[in-house]
Design a protein around this ligand. Sequence first.
Ligand code: ADP
Ligand code: MG
Length: 311
Amino acid sequence: MDLKAKTIGVLMGGLSGEREISLISGENCVRALQSRGYRVVRIDALHDVAQRLRDNNVEIAFLALHGRYGEDGTIQGLLEVMGIPYTGSGVLASALGMNKISAKKIARSSGVPTPDFCEIDPEEPAGEIAARIGATLGSPVMLKPVNEGSSLGVVKCKDRAELPSLVERLRSEFGPIFAERFVAGTEITVGVLYRDGQLIALPVLELVPKREFYDYEAKYTGGMTDFILPARLDPIAYEQSQRLAIAAFRAIGCRGYGRVDLMVDAAGTPWFVEVNTLPGMTELSDLPAQAAAAGLSYEDLVETILHTALT
Ligand SMILES: Nc1ncnc2c1ncn2[C@@H]1O[C@H](COP(=O)(O)OP(=O)(O)O)[C@@H](O)[C@H]1O
Ligand SMILES: [Mg+2]
């Protein structure tokens, strides 16, 4: 198929809390596609997105959305119904990737190690939950919303006495939450990309936040995190991380491209934390940096992603 003869809609903005980041990702992708000679229209993916897609005669959707209604399978479902091919993962993998517990269960059942966790029933008294978490996961422990991103609502709890009140607070603010064993060690993220007929793991990026962990502040304040590429892992742990990233990506059924976050413990064992099915594409984002380290320019990366719509 000659993609240059098609109208490509770059879907950006949208309805999620990550709207602003998505608008930047989208604008960059538009410019990259135009520079390679594609016919592109910008589509803000608001409630009337179906109308906008029709009005602009969009034939291929390039997804530069993040978070809810973009990364969670809903827009993918709409595009399936409309018969418009789109970049990246399909409905099921997108929905699974958005739900951290589902993603962990699938990873684990496919032999991809992921830190132990406790599901938290919305009705269970916080005191009982705290006792259960303490007994099974030890301390410190991470508490996380099941369905958020950008480290929103992610808390490291070092003091068991604070667990009940933290559970109560997060539950009322974010709905479903869970607890996860804390992995002390190196935080890394691995880009995965389908290119030239195969799935490849890009060079591993290490994140060294100047805070307790890679929280919202560390993510979005310049200078609060050091980025080290390639990551300072021994060659065995490095390769193992790339292998696990691809294994998790495949197990969850992702397509095209994505970014897998892992923690590598002191013994050099990588643990799967989460998959991002529509990772950021701003000039400061991780995936473009990882692609650059593999010799792919931003435009090369965007063009490669575009082709994932046809796989
Ligand atoms: N099990 C863990 N052990 C240690 N740190 C963790 C663990 N899980 C998450 N973190 C820290 O919390 C951050 C956010 O957690 P993550 O699950 O990636 O949520 P988000 O989807 O918001 O990025 C990670 O980038 C990492 O710094
Ligand atoms: Mg993350």
